[in-house]
Ligand binder design. Structure first.
Ligand SMILES: [Zn+2]
Length: 259
């Protein structure tokens, strides 16, 4: 008889925020005059003797340069959960925007999982140097990522792929050309760490994305794909919603257990 699929827990680890912007920035063209707060997170997936990190956060030097409000080195926040970043073996990169890639150097012993088309766009395509893309780029983090090409520390994923029993990476473009999400088997069914496929829960509820769009049609198809995949809508998690910190059990300062 095959052994049952392992079950994992998912933690949201807030390392910066709140940052304030127009609602229209996180809810496409809605409520220009209203303000909304958002946090910056990385996520921990833990179970079956494994600890995986989703996204790298921001490195201290870039946080200083960009004057990111409420910033704490993700390494320090992870330590509150008993996670030693220097010992982490697997980090999943959802996409190559600065708030998700800049901290790549904080995981010196990790293997990184990224979609091939995401790597190719940000590292090779001259369009990625144009202002709308360059504004959300950390050249230092991208250079570190580029240097890993061809080494054992970088795994290029092409589409949907299971990397461990109960942990599947799904290609989910729209926000960026090769954005990926993580489908995780949990005690409550399949959950998805969706990162910036949606900035807040309302993006999924209202089917209105944020204003950070590289392909709106791909984005809508991604929404449908993720909704089909999750066991219930409350297991589909966004990238920057304040509620990930306030509406789930707090297990340490700035860390909640989502499921
Ligand atoms: Zn983000």
């Amino acid at each position: 008889m095959p052994s049952p699929t392992p079950v994992y827990e998912i933690y949201a680890v807030k390392y910066a925020g709140p940052l304030i912007s127009s609602v229209a920035m996180v809810l496409w063209n809605t409520d220009w005059e209203k303000k909304i707060e958002r946090n910056y997170y990385v996520w921990v997936i833990r179970g079956n003797g494994e600890t995986l990190i989703v996204d790298c956060g921001v490195a201290p030097a870039l946080a200083k340069e960009r004057q990111i409000a409420g910033y704490i080195n993700p390494v320090e926040v992870l330590a509150r959960l008993g996670v030693d970043a220097s010992q982490i073996k697997r980090v999943i990169i959802t996409h190559v925007n600065f708030d998700h890639i800049s901290g790549i150097e904080l995981f010196p012993n990790a293997t990184f999982y990224i979609q091939k088309r995401e790597f190719t766009f940000w590292i090779r395509d001259p369009i990625a140097k144009k202002p709308p893309f360059f504004r959300v780029t950390d050249p230092v983090g991208n250079a570190y990522l580029a240097k890993l090409e061809g080494s054992e520390r970088l795994v290029m994923i092409d589409g949907d792929q299971t990397i461990l029993p109960g942990i599947e990476l799904l290609l989910a473009p729209g926000h960026t050309p090769g954005h990926q999400v993580v489908a995780v088997n949990t005690a409550h069914g399949t959950a998805i760490v969706g990162s910036d496929c949606a900035h807040i829960f309302r993006n999924y509820e209202d089917e209105i994305p944020s204003c950070f769009i590289t392909d709106m049609i791909a984005w809508m198809k991604t929404y449908d794909k993720l909704k089909r995949k999750v066991s219930s809508m409350d297991l589909l998690f966004p990238g920057h919603d304040m509620r990930m910190l306030t509406q789930y059990p707090l297990v340490a300062k700035d860390i909640t257990r989502l499921v």
